[in-house]
Design a binder for this molecule. Structure first.
Ligand code: C5P
Length: 230
Protein backbone atom coordinates (compact mmCIF):
# COMPACT_ATOMS: atom_id res chain seq x y z
CA UNK A 1 0.00 0.00 0.00
CA UNK A 2 1.26 3.45 -0.82
CA UNK A 3 0.98 6.55 1.32
CA UNK A 4 1.39 10.15 0.10
CA UNK A 5 2.56 12.94 2.39
CA UNK A 6 1.65 16.62 2.07
CA UNK A 7 4.18 18.77 3.96
CA UNK A 8 2.69 22.22 4.50
CA UNK A 9 5.38 24.89 4.72
CA UNK A 10 3.64 27.96 3.33
CA UNK A 11 3.15 29.85 6.61
CA UNK A 12 5.07 33.02 7.38
CA UNK A 13 5.85 32.07 10.98
CA UNK A 14 5.57 35.63 12.26
CA UNK A 15 5.85 34.52 15.90
CA UNK A 16 9.36 33.26 15.20
CA UNK A 17 10.44 36.78 14.26
CA UNK A 18 12.90 35.50 11.62
CA UNK A 19 13.72 37.21 8.32
CA UNK A 20 12.78 34.09 6.29
CA UNK A 21 9.50 32.15 6.41
CA UNK A 22 9.66 29.67 9.32
CA UNK A 23 10.23 26.53 7.23
CA UNK A 24 13.34 28.12 5.67
CA UNK A 25 15.03 28.99 8.96
CA UNK A 26 18.15 26.83 9.49
CA UNK A 27 18.54 24.53 12.46
CA UNK A 28 21.61 22.30 12.82
CA UNK A 29 22.76 23.08 9.28
CA UNK A 30 19.50 22.28 7.48
CA UNK A 31 16.29 24.19 6.92
CA UNK A 32 13.36 23.19 9.14
CA UNK A 33 11.61 22.05 5.95
CA UNK A 34 14.50 19.80 4.88
CA UNK A 35 14.45 18.07 8.29
CA UNK A 36 10.69 17.58 8.01
CA UNK A 37 10.81 16.17 4.47
CA UNK A 38 13.65 13.80 5.39
CA UNK A 39 11.67 12.59 8.43
CA UNK A 40 8.60 11.91 6.30
CA UNK A 41 10.53 9.83 3.75
CA UNK A 42 11.70 7.46 6.50
CA UNK A 43 8.86 4.94 6.07
CA UNK A 44 8.90 2.42 3.26
CA UNK A 45 5.16 2.93 2.59
CA UNK A 46 5.70 6.63 1.77
CA UNK A 47 5.84 6.70 -2.03
CA UNK A 48 5.05 10.33 -2.73
CA UNK A 49 5.72 13.70 -1.05
CA UNK A 50 4.10 17.01 -1.98
CA UNK A 51 5.75 20.10 -0.49
CA UNK A 52 3.60 23.23 -0.19
CA UNK A 53 5.71 26.38 -0.06
CA UNK A 54 5.24 30.14 -0.06
CA UNK A 55 5.17 31.31 -3.71
CA UNK A 56 8.55 33.17 -3.46
CA UNK A 57 10.29 29.97 -2.23
CA UNK A 58 8.77 27.66 -4.84
CA UNK A 59 11.70 27.57 -7.27
CA UNK A 60 14.49 27.26 -4.71
CA UNK A 61 12.62 24.38 -3.04
CA UNK A 62 11.98 22.54 -6.29
CA UNK A 63 15.69 22.85 -7.14
CA UNK A 64 16.93 21.49 -3.77
CA UNK A 65 18.61 18.07 -3.93
CA UNK A 66 16.71 16.84 -0.82
CA UNK A 67 13.41 17.66 -2.61
CA UNK A 68 14.20 15.67 -5.73
CA UNK A 69 11.30 13.39 -6.55
CA UNK A 70 8.88 15.57 -4.54
CA UNK A 71 6.13 17.65 -6.13
CA UNK A 72 6.38 21.30 -5.06
CA UNK A 73 3.39 23.66 -5.19
CA UNK A 74 2.56 27.11 -3.82
CA UNK A 75 0.32 27.40 -0.73
CA UNK A 76 -2.49 29.75 0.17
CA UNK A 77 -3.45 32.39 2.71
CA UNK A 78 -4.67 29.98 5.41
CA UNK A 79 -3.28 26.56 6.34
CA UNK A 80 -6.36 24.80 4.93
CA UNK A 81 -5.77 26.57 1.57
CA UNK A 82 -2.26 25.14 1.56
CA UNK A 83 -3.53 21.61 2.33
CA UNK A 84 -6.00 21.91 -0.54
CA UNK A 85 -3.19 22.99 -2.87
CA UNK A 86 -1.26 19.90 -1.78
CA UNK A 87 -4.29 17.66 -2.32
CA UNK A 88 -4.68 18.92 -5.87
CA UNK A 89 -1.07 17.88 -6.65
CA UNK A 90 -1.42 14.26 -5.49
CA UNK A 91 -1.02 11.48 -8.04
CA UNK A 92 -4.06 9.30 -8.76
CA UNK A 93 -2.29 6.38 -6.97
CA UNK A 94 -2.45 8.00 -3.52
CA UNK A 95 -5.26 6.36 -1.53
CA UNK A 96 -3.87 7.31 1.89
CA UNK A 97 -2.57 10.78 2.74
CA UNK A 98 -0.59 12.16 5.67
CA UNK A 99 -0.66 15.89 6.28
CA UNK A 100 2.41 17.16 8.10
CA UNK A 101 3.39 20.60 9.40
CA UNK A 102 6.92 21.47 8.27
CA UNK A 103 7.14 23.30 11.60
CA UNK A 104 7.54 19.85 13.26
CA UNK A 105 10.90 18.81 11.80
CA UNK A 106 11.87 15.99 14.19
CA UNK A 107 9.07 13.42 14.03
CA UNK A 108 10.56 10.07 15.12
CA UNK A 109 10.11 7.13 12.75
CA UNK A 110 8.09 5.25 15.43
CA UNK A 111 5.42 7.98 15.34
CA UNK A 112 5.25 7.88 11.56
CA UNK A 113 4.93 4.12 11.80
CA UNK A 114 2.13 4.27 14.38
CA UNK A 115 0.11 6.67 12.21
CA UNK A 116 0.64 4.66 9.03
CA UNK A 117 -0.06 1.32 10.74
CA UNK A 118 -3.40 2.56 12.12
CA UNK A 119 -4.32 4.05 8.76
CA UNK A 120 -3.48 0.91 6.81
CA UNK A 121 -5.36 -1.15 9.43
CA UNK A 122 -8.53 0.66 8.34
CA UNK A 123 -8.90 3.86 10.38
CA UNK A 124 -10.23 6.70 8.18
CA UNK A 125 -8.41 9.34 10.27
CA UNK A 126 -5.44 9.05 12.66
CA UNK A 127 -3.69 11.66 14.81
CA UNK A 128 -0.60 11.42 17.02
CA UNK A 129 -1.07 13.06 20.40
CA UNK A 130 0.42 13.38 23.88
CA UNK A 131 -1.25 13.61 27.26
CA UNK A 132 -1.48 17.17 28.54
CA UNK A 133 0.79 17.77 31.53
CA UNK A 134 -0.21 21.34 32.39
CA UNK A 135 -3.55 22.17 33.95
CA UNK A 136 -5.62 23.83 31.23
CA UNK A 137 -8.15 26.59 31.95
CA UNK A 138 -10.59 28.46 29.75
CA UNK A 139 -10.28 32.22 30.26
CA UNK A 140 -12.19 35.31 29.27
CA UNK A 141 -11.78 39.06 29.37
CA UNK A 142 -13.64 40.86 32.15
CA UNK A 143 -13.07 44.57 31.68
CA UNK A 144 -9.32 44.84 31.30
CA UNK A 145 -8.57 41.68 33.33
CA UNK A 146 -8.21 38.10 32.08
CA UNK A 147 -10.15 35.80 34.41
CA UNK A 148 -10.73 32.05 34.57
CA UNK A 149 -14.11 30.79 33.47
CA UNK A 150 -13.46 27.04 33.66
CA UNK A 151 -10.82 24.42 34.48
CA UNK A 152 -10.84 21.61 31.95
CA UNK A 153 -10.48 18.01 33.19
CA UNK A 154 -6.90 17.19 32.25
CA UNK A 155 -7.45 13.45 32.02
CA UNK A 156 -9.73 14.02 29.00
CA UNK A 157 -7.25 16.21 27.11
CA UNK A 158 -4.46 15.49 24.65
CA UNK A 159 -2.14 17.79 22.73
CA UNK A 160 -2.32 16.98 19.04
CA UNK A 161 0.57 16.76 16.61
CA UNK A 162 1.20 15.89 12.97
CA UNK A 163 1.54 13.92 10.70
CA UNK A 164 -2.18 13.25 10.66
CA UNK A 165 -3.27 10.38 8.43
CA UNK A 166 -6.44 10.02 6.35
CA UNK A 167 -7.94 8.05 3.56
CA UNK A 168 -7.75 10.36 0.58
CA UNK A 169 -11.51 10.18 0.10
CA UNK A 170 -12.20 11.26 3.71
CA UNK A 171 -9.71 14.13 3.57
CA UNK A 172 -10.88 15.44 0.20
CA UNK A 173 -14.51 15.27 1.25
CA UNK A 174 -13.76 17.03 4.56
CA UNK A 175 -11.95 19.87 2.78
CA UNK A 176 -14.75 20.21 0.21
CA UNK A 177 -17.36 20.69 2.93
CA UNK A 178 -15.25 22.83 5.34
CA UNK A 179 -17.46 25.47 6.92
CA UNK A 180 -15.08 27.24 9.30
CA UNK A 181 -11.40 27.88 9.89
CA UNK A 182 -9.61 25.03 11.68
CA UNK A 183 -6.07 24.51 12.96
CA UNK A 184 -5.76 20.87 11.96
CA UNK A 185 -7.24 18.52 9.39
CA UNK A 186 -8.73 16.03 11.85
CA UNK A 187 -11.11 18.78 13.06
CA UNK A 188 -12.75 18.67 9.64
CA UNK A 189 -13.37 14.93 9.97
CA UNK A 190 -14.82 15.53 13.46
CA UNK A 191 -17.12 18.27 12.11
CA UNK A 192 -18.39 15.81 9.52
CA UNK A 193 -19.13 13.26 12.27
CA UNK A 194 -16.21 10.95 11.41
CA UNK A 195 -14.14 8.99 13.93
CA UNK A 196 -10.55 10.05 14.56
CA UNK A 197 -8.20 7.44 16.05
CA UNK A 198 -5.48 8.68 18.44
CA UNK A 199 -2.01 7.11 18.58
CA UNK A 200 0.94 8.05 20.76
CA UNK A 201 2.95 11.06 19.56
CA UNK A 202 6.36 12.19 20.82
CA UNK A 203 7.87 15.18 22.62
CA UNK A 204 10.39 15.30 19.73
CA UNK A 205 7.50 16.17 17.37
CA UNK A 206 7.01 19.57 19.03
CA UNK A 207 6.08 22.48 16.79
CA UNK A 208 8.59 25.29 16.31
CA UNK A 209 6.67 28.49 16.94
CA UNK A 210 8.75 30.90 19.04
CA UNK A 211 12.47 31.77 19.29
CA UNK A 212 12.58 29.61 22.45
CA UNK A 213 11.57 26.59 20.36
CA UNK A 214 14.56 27.21 18.08
CA UNK A 215 16.93 26.74 21.02
CA UNK A 216 15.32 23.37 21.75
CA UNK A 217 15.40 22.46 18.05
CA UNK A 218 19.14 23.22 17.81
CA UNK A 219 19.80 20.94 20.77
CA UNK A 220 17.62 18.17 19.33
CA UNK A 221 19.22 18.42 15.88
CA UNK A 222 22.63 17.76 17.45
CA UNK A 223 21.25 14.63 19.12
CA UNK A 224 19.61 13.30 15.96
CA UNK A 225 22.30 13.83 13.39
CA UNK A 226 25.76 15.37 13.13
CA UNK A 227 25.74 18.85 11.62
CA UNK A 228 26.01 18.22 7.87
CA UNK A 229 28.84 20.00 6.06
CA UNK A 230 27.75 22.38 3.29
O1 C5P B 1 1.38 28.77 11.95
P1 C5P B 1 1.52 27.34 12.33
O2 C5P B 1 2.92 27.00 12.82
O3 C5P B 1 0.45 26.82 13.21
O4 C5P B 1 1.36 26.55 10.94
C1 C5P B 1 1.38 25.14 10.92
C2 C5P B 1 1.95 24.68 9.57
O5 C5P B 1 1.09 25.10 8.52
C3 C5P B 1 3.34 25.26 9.27
O6 C5P B 1 4.21 24.24 8.81
C4 C5P B 1 3.06 26.31 8.22
O7 C5P B 1 4.12 26.50 7.29
C5 C5P B 1 1.83 25.73 7.51
N1 C5P B 1 1.00 26.77 6.87
C6 C5P B 1 0.83 26.75 5.49
N2 C5P B 1 0.07 27.72 4.88
C7 C5P B 1 -0.47 28.73 5.59
C8 C5P B 1 -0.30 28.76 7.01
C9 C5P B 1 0.43 27.77 7.63
O8 C5P B 1 1.35 25.85 4.82
N3 C5P B 1 -1.17 29.66 4.96
Amino acid sequence: MSVAVIVVAAGSGLRLGAAAPKAYVEVGGRSILEWAVRAMSAHVAVTEIVIVTPQPQLEQTAAADWASGCAVVAGGVERHDSVRAGLSALSPNAHHVLVHDAARPFVPSEVLERVIDALLAGAPAVIPALAVTDTVKRVQLRGSATVVSETLPRQDLVAVQTPQGFTRAALESAHRTRSQSVTDDASLIEQAGGEVVVVLGSPDSFKITTPHDLVLAEALSRRLSPRPSR
